[in-house]
Design a protein around this ligand. Sequence first.
Ligand SMILES: O=P(O)(O)OC[C@@H](O)[C@@H](O)c1c[nH]c2ccccc12
Length: 247
Amino acid sequence: MPRYLEGWLKDVVEYSLRREYISAERIRPIYNGIGRINQFKESGINPVIAEFKRTSPSGFSVDRDPIGYAKFMRNYAVALSVLTEEKFFNGSYTLLKSISSSVDIPVLMKDFVVTETQIDTGYNLGADLILLIVRILTERELEGLIEYVRSYKLEPLVEVHSKDDLEIALRCGASLVGFNARNLFTLEMDVDLQKELISTSPKDIVKVAESGIESRDQLMELKKIGADAFLIGSSLMKDPEKIKEFI
Ligand SMILES: O=P(O)(O)OC[C@@H](O)[C@@H](O)c1c[nH]c2ccccc12
């Protein structure tokens, strides 16, 4: 069982524990997310992971055609992120399948992963990266799920919100770490904490700054303190053209 949780996080985890398994034969190769982030950096392009997200519990809501969005972003983004959580983010496994089968770049499954079954489904439907959120798992579970993701030759993006989370992620051997500026319990933003965590974390992990990035200035500020890549949802869903400015 995942950690003891309250509020909406408790609901989302309970829902996630009951997600159905989708059996399908994976039809695309595995794309290396870390490798592509490094290639972008070497070519002087800011690595932006563009997220397809229709709704979020913090009040965001925008709709657009997922395949059109993915095909457009394919030309600029280092990877795509797809929400597959149904209840609070209005995502789906169908979305993951249709986006992953229309692009030849890495795709991140964005969900509240608490079971191996969710990872099996993500693999089958074409994900290359799988989000694992430290805050909702026990350390043993996190360790096991990281290993499980890697057994498919996929890579976990391990998301942290605090110094404790970061220590756990590092102990469990995370190589790709997401620093979410939004606290998942309160849904409040804390950019100062995010920056502190990024700037004090080891050099040899790949650091992804997550949430609330709306301008190139903000992105450059995070880059200056050590962020390697940037996960951007809301502002690109509102205006996809903005990716050109970010990169
Ligand atoms: O839309 P934004 O503020 O650009 O944020 C994107 C991404 O960081 C956010 O969707 C996110 C980060 N971690 C999550 C975990 C679950 C669901 C969603 C998320």
